[in-house]
Design a protein around this ligand. Structure first.
Ligand code: AMP
Length: 405
C-alpha cells in the first residue's frame, strides 16, 4: 500500500512516501520538506530514493499550495517516484494533541475533525497546522482515505494519580486540564524495538525511554503500557529543552508577567520559544552549539549541559522507583542518538544499581540500533533511532485495510 505520511507545522510540511508491504517490510520511496509557507520566499526540498533530488525556492502562500507542490514533486517526470496522484492509496497525519478523545489512531471523518479542532486550544502552535494539512490533502486527493496518529494516544494508559494535577477538580471537568504527554508515537516505537533487540517480553517488562531532541521527554513503560511521562498538559512540562523551560515553579509566571507587564501570549512565547538552552545560554537552542561553547569554556553552556543530564537522571531515577525497577533504558531522537557523552553521563549516575556501559560501543553508537550496556549490567541500555513516520504508516495501513475488507 502506497502511503503518504504528512507532518504539518504552522509554516512547514514534512513528508515521506512509503510503499508498505507489511508492518516490517517497506520501501521509502521519497521524503522531503516544504518550509516557510506564508513567507515571501518558501522552499521545497525533495529527496527521492535512488536518484537526485532538488531544492527550489518559490513563494508558497498556504498549505494547499504546499501540498500541491509535494504531489507535483512525487509525480515529476524527472524527480518523481509515482506515475500519477491516484497511486497514493492512503495518507497518514501526525497530530500533536488528541487529549483524552483518542487512545489510538483514527480514520478522518467529521467527528474526528471536530475533536482535533477542540484540541487546538491545548496545542495552538500545532493542531491548527495539522487541520490545514488534512484540508489541503482533501483538496488535492479528495477520494483518498486519511488517518490521524496522535502524539498523546500512547500516554492514555496513565492512571489518574499520574495524570491529574493537584488543582481544584472543577478545572479538569470544565477545561480538561490534566497531563496528556507527547512524543507518544516515538516512545511506543522505540520501546517495542528496544524490547525486541534486548530479548525482552514487552508484556512483562519495565522500560524507560528517553526521547532527547529539540523537544525532550522521558517515559516509563510497564508491560508495554505508558505509566508516566514527563510532558504534561502541553509539551512544555518536564525537562530542559531547546527553547522550552520544562518544569518551573508556577508562581514564577504571574510574577514575571506583573514585573514585565506581559500578556499571557507573551509569557507563553517566552516559556516555549525563548527559554531552555536558548534562554539560559542566550546564544542558541542547538545542542551542538552548546557542546562547542562548553568546550570553549562558556560557563552558561556548561550549566545547560549539566542541567540536561541532571534533568534526565532525575526523571529516570523517579521512574525506576515508580516501576520498582527497570529492565531496559532507551535513548532516542537528535541528542539521544548522537551524543554518547550525554548517554554515558546519565548511565554513570545509575552505576549504584549496577548499570554498566561499554564505552567503546557507546562512543561508536550513532543512528543505528545497538545495546551499549555490558553483558553483566543489571539493566540493558540501548540506542534506538526513532521512526515516527513508520508508526503512522503502519497504523494508516491497518485502518485503511479494514475499510477495504
Ligand atoms: P530532534 O528534535 O530530534 O531533531 O533533535 C535536534 C537536536 O539534536 C538538536 O539540539 C541538535 O543539536 C541535536 N543533534 C542532531 N544531530 C546531532 C549530532 N550529529 N550531534 C550532536 N547533536 C545532534
Amino acid at each position: 500500500m502506497i502511503i503518504l505520511v504528512i507532518n504539518c507545522g504552522s509554516s512547514s510540511i514534512k513528508y515521506q512516501l512509503l510503499d508498505m508491504k507489511s508492518d516490517d517490510v517497506y520501501d521509502l520511496l521519497a521524503k522531503g520538506l516544504v518550509e516557510k509557507i506564508g513567507l515571501p520566499e518558501g522552499t521545497i526540498r525533495h529527496r527521492p530514493s535512488g536518484k537526485e533530488g532538488f531544492v527550489r525556492d518559490l513563494p508558497i502562500p498556504d498549505h494547499v499550495v504546499g501540498m500541491k507542490l509535494v504531489m507535483d514533486a512525487l509525480v515529476d517526470p524527472v524527480y518523481g517516484v509515482l506515475k500519477s496522484f491516484s497511486d497514493v492509496e492512503a495518507v497518514g497525519h501526525r497530530i500533536v494533541q488528541g487529549a483524552d478523545f483518542f487512545s489510538g489512531s483514527a480514520l478522518v471523518d467529521e467527528d474526528v475533525l471536530s475533536k482535533i479542532e477542540f484540541c487546538c486550544d491545548f496545542a495552538p502552535l500545532h493542531n491548527p497546522a495539522h487541520l490545514l494539512g488534512i484540508h489541503a490533502v482533501t483538496d488535492v486527493l479528495p477520494d483518498v482515505p486519511q488517518v490521524v496518529t496522535f502524539d498523546t494516544a500512547f500516554h492514555q494508559t496513565m492512571e489518574p494519580y499520574a495524570y491529574m494535577y493537584a488543582l481544584p477538580w472543577e478545572y479538569y471537568e470544565k477545561y480538561r486540564i490534566r497531563r496528556y504527554g507527547a512524543h507518544g508515537t516515538s516512545h511506543q516505537y522505540v520501546s517495542q524495538r528496544g524490547a525486541r533487540l534486548a530479548g525482552l517480553d514487552l508484556g512483562h517488562s519495565k522500560i524507560i525511554t528517553c526521547h532527547i531532541g529539540n523537544g525532550s521527554s522521558v517515559t516509563a513503560i510497564k508491560d508495554g503500557k505508558c505509566v508516566d511521562t514527563s510532558m504534561g498538559f502541553t509539551p512544555l512540562e518536564g525537562m530542559i529543552m531547546g527553547t522550552r523551560c520544562g518544569i518551573i515553579d508556577a508562581n514564577i509566571i504571574p510574577y514575571i508577567m506583573k514585573k514585565e507587564g506581559l500578556t499571557p501570549a507573551q509569557m507563553t512565547e517566552i516559556m516555549n520559544k525563548k527559554s531552555g538552552f536558548l534562554g539560559l545560554s542566550g546564544v542558541s537552542s542547538d545542542a551542538r552549539d552548546m557542546n562547542d561553547l562548553a568546550l570553549a569554556g562558556n560557563k552558561k553552556a556548561k550549566i545547560v549541559l549539566k542541567k540536561l543530564t541532571y534533568d534526565i537522571v532525575k526523571l529516570v531515577g523517579g521512574y525506576i522507583a515508580e516501576m520498582n525497577g527497570v529492565d531496559l533504558i532507551v535513548f532516542t531522537a537528535g541528542i539521544g542518538e548522537n551524543n554518547p557523552r550525554l548517554r554515558r553521563r546519565v548511565c554513570e549516575q545509575l552505576a549504584y544499581m549496577g548499570v554498566k556501559i561499554d564505552n567503546e560501543v557507546n562512543d561508536a553508537a550513532r543512528g543505528e540500533e545497538v545495546i551499549f550496556s555490558t553483558p553483566d549490567s543489571t539493566v540493558k541500555v540501548a540506542l534506538i533511532p526513532t521512526d515516527e513516520e513508520l508508526v503512522i504508516a503502519r497504523d494508516t495501513m491497518r485502518i485503511v485495510s479494514t475499510l477495504e475488507e
